[in-house]
Ligand binder design. Sequence first.
Ligand SMILES: C[S@@+](CC[C@H](N)C(=O)[O-])C[C@H]1O[C@@H](n2cnc3c(N)ncnc32)[C@H](O)[C@@H]1O
Length: 284
Amino acid sequence: MVRENGSAREFAFTDRDFNCLRQLVGERTGIVLSDAKKDMVYSRLARRLRKLQLDNFASYCSLIHDEAGNAEEMVQLTNAITTNLTSFFREPHHFDFLRQQALPDLRQRNAGSKRLRIWSSACSTGEEPYSIAIALRQVMSDLRGWDARILATDLDTNVLETAQRGVYKDERIEGLDREVCRRWFLKGRNGQAGMVRARDELRELITFRQLNLMHDWPFKGPFDAVFCRNVVIYFNRDTQRRLIDRIADHMAPGGYLFMGHSEALHKISSRFRLIGKTIYQLAS
Ligand SMILES: C[S@@+](CC[C@H](N)C(=O)[O-])C[C@H]1O[C@@H](n2cnc3c(N)ncnc32)[C@H](O)[C@@H]1O
């Protein structure tokens, strides 16, 4: 197959195929694939076509539309399309705020109920919820007597497996403070050399679940803080509005919402007030 620019492609991939896939992805995940994403879609799915021994994308589209193949391949398709970039303490100012302001405030506010709920709503491979758990342990060293939990969810089943395992290449924590590495991660030995594992004290605070933000949510909250970072950027404005509104409905009054560095609630929601760099507080 020769493209317009003369380069050869292994599999035929027409605009019609691309439109079919972007419609499926949009309906299932809310992710908007602009024309500029056509090459990305090709490269991320070429491996699936090879594995399924298909000759072209038209066959892949038919397979996905086929009742029997649909559900399982839809999962593979969405796993391939999601962008999972993340890191420990990404956007460090959020974790400074969490440690210095949000958690001390919530500890005081919830002193009666001793209940604390934090949601990492697009947790990817888990670095975000483990960073939250570290902050929580650092600020509230004695969590005995507290019902404190972090819910970590993502659409992508592959990244969730990594998140749940909590095992990472040691280079993932390279930039972190030495004391943080020593205190919160176990170094792998022998067969696990070069790997680190989040300590059980962190893991026991987190519940990992597969969840599509576009679907119904099987929980009520209310959450005291929600991390919804670097995910709404993939959705259109209406989807963002609906999502943020539903998140607000699942938050406690005065709860904290953390958004990604290029995400803002301007023209999306008036239920929150901006209190820091991409940090919002739900109106009481
Ligand atoms: C770029 S990562 C962000 C990870 C982390 N929140 C951070 O900021 O470092 C975006 C994540 O959103 C997830 N995602 C995309 N669409 C989703 C949806 N409809 N429901 C739940 N998660 C979704 C992807 O699977 C991906 O892991």
